[in-house]
Design a protein. Structure first.
Length: 421
């Protein structure tokens, strides 16, 4: 490839599939997917119609925790599909009850609310927190503390709580009673509680910010949040939609941070690609989501819950969680070796198999270019903001697949540095 070519021109040389062209005619223009349109997947691999094979370190944005076409998940899903698809919430169903029992046995929580997406789980968590504060304290105890660069979803409440103003602007008046502070800044949190005191309702955070740049919370920060919430009668909500279900090497990341939240939300890996989410809490708090206060037509769908029940059985085992730790060490050390040679990252960080490679200053804002080059080398990756290449491979990925991914990434990195010269 000629170094004079810009990355954008080079991309057009790869040829666009007719499916990708159809996307631009029939879909609303809110996404800009890659040119490659996958036709099937197996384990850590995807194939397009032309038969080109890609190693998947994107995992459907940290969703496909057990890879594509996992035979055990297919088995429970197809068995359930032959029995019962949907009953709504005027009836309960066995897979939902079984999954709720497993989630409560495996966590601090006693009660579960099921929904279909991360946004909806957070919406439920935030509405519950507001209810608790109103029921137990006063009308004006509604202040929610959230953090800059946080991502909590795309419903109107969750974009308002999220810490990226561009996602909430241009939609009319935002819900109020929400503050944003810098992440990992305990001093700012102490000052906020000084100011808001008894009006503090809840603090919500990702224990490792995902979309916002793959930034782990410090133990000291989450301990400060826990102490402030206790002192002021506020609830601590952990959004573990991305960090949840094994990605950190623990079932949920808060276990490693030594802090127990009041409400935890989980989605992405819970259904391994089948849409499902949940908000988990204690008996005492769950009471406040009284009859009729909240609901969802599809939440707790039997097929989604059957998949979730099998996913937690597989993920919450020493074998799988150890694999996350080992593959994480292998991937981090491979990335650090690569960086010794090519000096393109300022930092490699993250938890378990959620890693972020922050580009060095001279390559700032080029994360999407590097992701595109990885794609051309047959490796699917993600970005987390303009400066960070994000990796979220399946949790059951093998040692040789990580090694192959590193090889493909190095090829992309070499092209990237050549283009930057
Ligand atoms: C993906 C994500 C969400 C939103 O989930 P959706 O299923 O897209 O609604 C919320 N919080 C975090 C931390 C996420 O990573």
């Amino acid at each position: 490839m000629s170094p004079e070519l810009s990355i954008a021109e080079d991309r057009s040389c790869t040829g666009t599939s007719p499916w990708r062209e159809l996307h631009d005619r029939v879909m609303m223009p809110n996404y800009s997917p890659l040119d490659m349109v996958p036709a099937r997947g197996q384990g850590s691999w995807l194939w397009d119609d032309a038969g080109t094979q890609y190693l998947d370190f994107a995992g459907g944005i940290a969703v496909s925790a057990l890879g594509h076409a996992n035979p055990e998940l297919i088995e429970v899903l197809t068995r359930q599909a032959g029995k019962l698809w949907h009953v709504s919430n005027i009836l309960t169903n066995q897979p939902a009850l079984e999954l709720a029992r497993k989630l409560t046995e495996a966590t601090f929580a006693d009660r579960v609310f099921f929904a279909n997406s991360g946004s909806e789980a957070n919406e439920a968590a935030l509405k519950l927190a507001r209810r608790v504060a109103q029921d137990r304290y006063a009308e004006d105890k509604y202040e929610i503390l959230a953090f800059e660069n946080a991502f909590h979803g795309r419903t109107f409440f969750t974009v308002s709580v999220g810490g990226q103003p561009k996602y909430r602007q241009g939609f009319g008046p935002n819900p109020g009673g929400i503050s944003h502070l810098p992440y990992n800044d305990s001093q700012a949190v102490l000052e906020w509680f000084e100011q808001y005191g008894d009006r503090a309702c809840a603090v919500i955070l990702e224990p490792c910010q995902g979309e916002g740049g793959v930034t782990p919370a410090t133990g000291e920060f989450v301990a400060t949040l826990r102490a402030c919430c206790n002192r002021h009668g506020a609830l601590l909500i952990f959004d573990e939609v991305q960090t949840g279900m094994g990605r950190s090497g623990a079932l949920y990341l808060h276990e490693k941070l030594g802090v127990v939240p009041d409400i935890l939300t989980t989605a992405k890996a819970l259904g391994c690609g089948f849409p499902i989410s949940a908000a988990l809490t204690t008996d005492r708090l769950a009471e406040h989501l009284a009859l009729g206060t909240h609901g969802s037509t599809f939440g707790g769908n039997p097929m989604a819950c059957a998949v979730g029940g099998k996913a937690i059985d597989i993920i919450n085992t020493p074998e799988l969680l150890n694999n996350v730790e080992q593959r994480s060490r292998q991937l981090v050390s491979g990335l650090e070796d690569m960086n010794q040679h090519h000096r393109i990252f300022r930092e490699v960080r993250g938890i378990g198999l959620l890693l972020g490679c922050e580009l060095a200053e001279q390559h700032a804002e080029k994360a999407r270019d590097l992701m595109t080059l990885c794609n051309e080398s047959g490796l699917l990756t993600l970005v987390a903001g303009p400066h960070v290449l994000r990796l979220a491979p399946p949790l059951n990925i093998s040692e040789s697949e990580i090694a192959e991914g590193l090889k493909r990434m190095e090829e992309a990195v070499m092209k990237f540095t050549r283009l930057a010269e």
